[in-house]
Every structure is written in structure tokens, then in C-alpha cells.
Write a protein that binds this ligand. Sequence first.
Ligand SMILES: [Zn+2]
Length: 493
Amino acid sequence: MTDITFHGGVNDIGGNKFLVEDKGTKVFMDFGMSFSQEGQFFSQFLNARTSNSLNDLFELGILPKIKGLYRRDYAKHMDFDGTEDTEIDAVLLTHAHVDHCAYIPYLRPDIPIYCSEESKLIMQNFDETGSDQYLTLKERFRIHEGKDGTMMRTTGDKVKVPRRIETFESGKEFSIDSIDVKPLPVDHSIPGVHAFILHTSDSTIGNTADLRFHGRHSDDTEKFVETCAESDLDLLLCEGTRVNAAASLTEFDVERKVAQIINDTKGLVICGYPIRDLDRLMSFYIAAKNTNRYLLIDMKQAYLLKLFNESPNLKGQFPSPTDKNIKVYIQRGSWGLIDKDLETFTERQLLQDYGTWQREFLDYPNAVDYRDVQKNQKEYIFYCSDYRLQDLIDVKPSEGASYIRSLTEPFNTEMEIKEDQVKNWFVHFGVINRDEDWHQIHVSGHGDGEQIRHVVKDSHAKSIIPIHTQHDEYHKQWHDNVNSVNQHDLVTI
Ligand SMILES: [Zn+2]
């Protein structure tokens, strides 16, 4: 008998947290954040209280109250003290999108996280370029006895605890006690995404993760569907984010259309795309190469490319940050010393103007700052994220510039307001007129209705549970044994 409890990710797009139990083995598939649930209670200025975050998230039904699951420095504020043994054997992570992984930092560090190397590096990038705690937990503080016998409070790097991260290989089966896991790569909008086929002691369960067939790795998704068909699945957890959508462009169309716009642009090309979608970065990189421009990336992307190229397994899959078609944009540091006279300010002070992870890029032969971009606008495709629009003030796009927005279109009011704000920046700098649209060129990471129908029909699973969707009715049209479940429901196979 295998039980699955759906702690999130059903009747909702994201927040996947599926607890699989077999003969005492307990494994979570994903431990993600639900944007819709968080959005019901929290906003930019109203967050869960750090040490008491579990208290807050349990109260609001956002995280399941399970003993032994959470980090001790938070759990001790709950009515369990956090010293109990854990019953959870592992978390299997499909991919490093926040709706699948964002609550990992709340977990106890001794619970192993099984993930692809790509997912590990993306989480490392989150930790090292921001303040996340995916790979390394930092206790809030530790109270201990000092040398002189007085009680002391220790914080910062002294209370770091590395999390147990176990990277798996694509297609290579591994076991977690009674459960055998086969991770299979699928096409999606971030590197390293894996669907799973689980063999428990008496059943076989598939989990599609997030997938599509219109990216650079559609063969992988096809292979996954074939493997499902060969595996005689009792149950397939099948995503349906865009199950109600019609067919769209492919990633290759994005690459082609981007190149066309660049060819038609006399001045600077500015672009925005999801920072960790390296297949999209490839589209812009190839378009840059074909139009004889440099792709000018920010330091966060440069850091991610560096991590990927330092890995013996992943080297060469994506361009290195020193590639001849790439330049790295050195943004103004917090003191803004980049263009100041270094006889007044020392080299050391300039370094201190940047975070530790950023400093090496200052010495890259292909590092440029706003002065180079301002002077040679037609040589660049300038990546400008929605969070760094102030860089436009330094770069000052001149006449003949264009903006390519390669991000999802807004699907709620909050996003519409934010997008309107982004538009104000481009209108201000004369890149577009108020009544004119920018170039919107994007394809989703999720399959449309026709693609999901193919997964539902051709994986030949005995039963289906729709996940990551609010439209179960489509799965029901295509399969005669579809079970809709609600959050916290337990299903026995
Ligand atoms: Zn995803």
C-alpha cells in the first residue's frame, strides 16, 4: 500500500508538496511555495516573522505541521521542541523553480535533498548572490557558554550548517529505503528539470514535474512519455498549467524573432528574460552571434554561467561568462565608485563596493560598464532585469533603441501594475511611446492542451491525478480514470 498526501500543488499552480509513504519510508516530492496561498496573506511589506515563521505558516495552512521536518531554530518556537527524530527520509526535487523548492530553507539540514546537479547549482546561485539558505542553513543564533563562563550569543557564518544534498544522474535509478526512484529529464524553462518514476513496494507512480515539448529538449519529454508507457504506471501525477491554452511558438521561433528585431534596430537593443532560464539565454546568445552583437549579461547570470562551466559534467552546455560573444556588465556598486578617480579612492575600496561573489568579474577581460555601453550602443544586446531598471539611467539609451520583453505576460492585477511601471521607464528614455507596445516575445515553460493530452493519453497510466493546474476537466476528457484531489487529501494506491 502506498499513500500520497497532497500538502500543496493541487487545485493550484505551484506549491507542489507531495508526501509519499511506503512501508514506513516517507519521501516528499518537491517542497515549493504556493504564490496564491502566500498572496492571500502576505505582500512585500508583510511577511512571515523569521523565528516565528513556522507559527505563522502553520496557522495560515501554508505549511503542513509535521514533527521532525523543520529546522530546529524555528521549530523550537512551536509546541514541538525540534529535537525529535525525523520521520522524513528525503525530499526529491524536480527542479529549482520557487513554486517547487522555495520552502527547502525551512527544512532540517539532515533531511537529504535529492536533485540534479543543475538544480544544486541554481540553488547555490540563489544562496551566494542573495540571502537564501538552500544549500547552507544559517541558524538564527546560538546561545552557548563562553570561555569565561558567561552566556554568549553567536550569529553569522559561525552558525552555518551545510544541508545534505545528493545529486542524481539523469536516467540512473537510486533507492530511498523501500522506494526506487528513476529521475528522467524533461523540457522546461530552467536547466536540470526531472520527472520521476517511483517504484514503491507495490505500485508505480509517475510525476511529470513541469514540462513542455516546444523548447530545446522536447526529445527528453518524449522519452519520458515513452518510459511511462513501458513502466505500467498505476498513477501519473500530471501537470496542467496551460492545459486550457492553444499551441504557441517554440523556443526556436523566439530565437528567430529576436534576431529579426535586432537586425531592424539601429541603436541599443535592451532585453528582459527570466534570469535562470538558460535556454532563453541561449536564444539571445545565438541571436547575438548571428547579428554580430555582444550579449551583455549581468553579474548574477555571469555567476550562474561560471558555476555551470566549472562543473566537469555540465561544462560547455552553456557559454562561459568569458565567451567571445558575451560581455559582463559591471553595474554601479552601492557607493557608486566605478567611475570615480582611483587616485582618491583606492583599488581596495572599489572592490569593497561589490559583494564577494561579484568582485572577480571586475577583472574579467570582457567586463564593461555603462560608459562602454553609452559609447557603443549598436554593439550590444543589453540584459536589463525588471529589478535593475535604474541601470538605464547610467546607460542612457539614445535614439533608435528597442526593448524586447521575453517574459510571461501579466496574469493578475499586481503584475499589470508592475508592468505598467516597467513601461514608464522605457517611455521615459524614449525607447517606446506611451501608446506603443514593446516587442513581447516569449514562450511558456509549460505544454499547451495538445501537448498535455499527448502525455495523458500516451503514458498509458491506469489513473491520473492532475497537479499544478486549476483545470482538471481537461485531463478528465482525455482519460477515464482521473481523480481530482484537494490540498491535504490522502490518496491510497
Ligand atoms: Zn517550473
